[in-house]
Design a binder for this molecule. Sequence first.
Ligand SMILES: Cc1ncc(C[n+]2csc(CCOP(=O)(O)OP(=O)(O)O)c2C)c(N)n1
Ligand SMILES: [Mg+2]
Length: 281
Amino acid sequence: MSVKRFKILDAVPISAAAPGILEEVGEVNATPLGSEELEEEIKGDVKLFLQALIERLKGPNERVQTEVRRLRELRNRVKDYEEIGYDESKINYSDAVKALAHVIDEDAVVTCDAGWNQVAMFSLPVHRPRRFLSPVGYNSMGYALPAAIGAKSALPGTDVVATTGDAGFIMTAAEISTAVETGTNIMVVVFNDGKQGVLYTHQKLFYGNRTFATDSHEVDWVKLAESMGACGIKVENRDGLVKDLEEALKTSRNEPVVVDVPINPDAIPLPASRFALRGGA
Ligand SMILES: Cc1ncc(C[n+]2csc(CCOP(=O)(O)OP(=O)(O)O)c2C)c(N)n1
Ligand SMILES: [Mg+2]
């Protein structure tokens, strides 16, 4: 069966088009797809059709394998890239992601937010399905913490780590209270570059190094966490990074923790560094 597109005809009652289908699949929502020319049209039992389709999609598929090979090669090529603006006296995005990957175990659930911190987190090795939650779709800032609270509620015995930028965190930081109140013990890592970093970089790149309204107001994240009854930890420098994250993870098994990680604001995380190298083309 070669299928490129199909629709359920709204003119024909489903029960007539596929006898017995309503009993089998319950409610069927027949939405007309407009007046596009169809390349193939299928009428019949949706369930049998979908079962047949699933069978066909199982197992090794040459197209998928080729894509996996291509992505592996690309990953090998960028393995040794360093972000633009990397400063070895500071904590750069890649340092923070590597340290976190080192500290958490393979079963941990990690959530991310929007911005450079999110781009950096795309380098985190993810070992199991449904262990990395990212705000796809609207890509909303403020996602990481509520998502982590949800994940921890679903998997109470699993370590859950929210990673977020400073500006994104402030959007939903009050939910730390929710975590404390409900005993939802999670860890929040704030990639604190003191800026809306992604916009700051793009302003510099595209507007002759001029920046506008992209500095964050300074917040004492430790005090903010403590004011809501959570633990706050400030990482002072790169030498203490791994140790502080380890301590935070341990603490997060008993109470919510916020870790303030100072990030070099002039580093551009991979793979965005390559984009910037090409002048944003
Ligand atoms: C609710 C919402 N508002 C605005 C944006 C557009 N936006 C994407 S990233 C960003 C700045 C993020 O700053 P921060 O959280 O500090 O992350 P950084 O880039 O510094 O890592 C903005 C304004 C968005 N994605 N969601
Ligand atoms: Mg920021």
